[in-house]
Write a protein that binds this ligand. Structure first.
Ligand SMILES: *Cc1c(COP(=O)(O)O)cnc(C)c1O
Length: 362
């Protein structure tokens, strides 16, 4: 059997072994066409079927809410930081942003280049270790949309509840937690995610939006950056990242097999409970970074007593087959990303390692 690493990478990240194996079996000859899916025309029947299947499967997992459309784009979530204000923040309007950490700040930076913005809520004072209260936001009448980051990948915080914005479209960067649990798409005008954390390989960006938000791009915008271009052409205006979209479709099938979003959430909660439990029961040897009520079930950030000890932890963990446990360079410490595809066995192995490490160094 192939040896698989205990993969805790933040992104690109672990994919389900079953998906990789299925892709491997279909790699050279896709459905008896004599070609790999990546060798065939995106205008052909075989590819188009996969393309449309991926988008209907995604909406299916979200309960087929009325009036929403899926786009498969490129340029990562980073391009959406700009495309959202380019398409939706018109003259005379302002965009609200919830400032929760590194990724929210990158979204804000792009929007500021393109129009008027305001900070609707922030956890900066708390060094981004919590999620601000968004239950009573006051949004100016000319608010084009409210943007939040549902899961801060670097700090390890996650929204539990989303704000009621009245008639203002709510937009969420869900790059690091999309499909980790059920959520009501009807609360949102638009959600988006780079695929490489919870949906598939890098190179595909998924946007799911209410159709009316995809119809009014300003006239001056170049073609590729317009939502209406992609909506009107079912994400086939130009060559889509076809292999990536095929992989997303396979990951979505796998999610269905796990009991869909409710099944996935239960598994994710079990993994997160095990890991946070190990941290909390270590008598202070391990310390969780995020405020307990705002902890992410996808990115678990924690620290040890000294940077020296953290270095030792990373070194020793790598020697034992663990990958990706170093915290992001901007915040330091340790981080275990436990996305949908990270198996329980990996998390169990990590907590066993953590207990051993504490015995040796505690
Ligand atoms: C990884 C990540 C991004 C950046 O995604 P790219 O696809 O690399 O542009 C944006 N937002 C969040 C929350 C992320 O985790």
């Amino acid at each position: 059997m192939t040896k698989r690493a205990y993969n805790f990478n933040a992104g690109p990240a672990a994919l389900p072994l079953a998906v990789l194996e299925r892709a491997q079996a279909q790699f050279v000859d896709f459905k008896e066409t004599g070609m790999s899916i990546m060798e065939m025309s995106h205008r052909g029947k075989v590819y188009e079927e996969v393309h449309h299947e991926a988008s209907s499967r995604l909406l299916g997992l979200l309960g087929n809410p009325k009036g929403y459309k899926v786009l498969f784009l490129q340029g990562g979530a980073t391009t959406q930081f700009a495309m959202i204000p380019m398409n939706l923040l018109s003259e005379g309007k302002t965009a609200g942003y919830v400032k929760t950490g590194s990724w929210a700040n990158k979204a804000i930076k792009e929007a500021k280049l393109l129009g008027s913005t305001f900070i609707a809520a922030s956890s900066e004072e708390d060094k981004y270790m919590s999620i601000p209260d968004v239950s009573k936001l006051s949004l100016p009448e000319n608010t084009a949309y409210l943007h939040l980051t549902s899961n801060e990948t670097i700090e390890g915080t996650q929204f539990r509840q989303f704000p009621d914005t009245g008639g203002v479209p709510l937009i969420a960067d869900m790059s690091s937690d999309i499909l980790c649990r059920p959520f009501d798409l009807n609360q949102f005008g638009l959600v988006y995610a780079g695929a490489q954390k919870n949906l598939g390989p890098s190179g595909v960006t998924v946007v799911i939006a209410r159709e009316e938000l995809l119809q009014n791009s300003p006239a001056h915008l170049p073609t590729y950056f317009r939502y209406d271009t992609h909506a009107e052409n079912d994400s086939l205006y130009n060559t889509p990242p076809s292999f990536g979209i095929y992989m997303v479709n396979e990951v979505l099938k796998w999610i269905e097999e796990q009991g869909a979003l409710a099944g996935i959430e239960a598994k994710n909660q079990t993994k997160a409970d095990l890991l946070y439990g190990t941290i909390d029961q270590s008598g202070g040897f391990y310390r969780g970074c995020a405020n307990p009520k705002d902890r992410s079930i996808m990115n678990v950030t924690f620290r040890l007593g000294s940077e020296e000890l953290e270095k030792q932890f990373i070194k020793q963990s790598e020697a034992e087959g663990f990958v990706g446990l170093k915290g992001h360079r901007s915040v330091g410490g340790l981080r275990a990303s436990i996305y949908n595809a990270v198996p329980y066995e990996s998390v169990k192995a990590l907590t066993d390692f953590m207990a051993d490490f504490q015995k040796q160094h505690g």
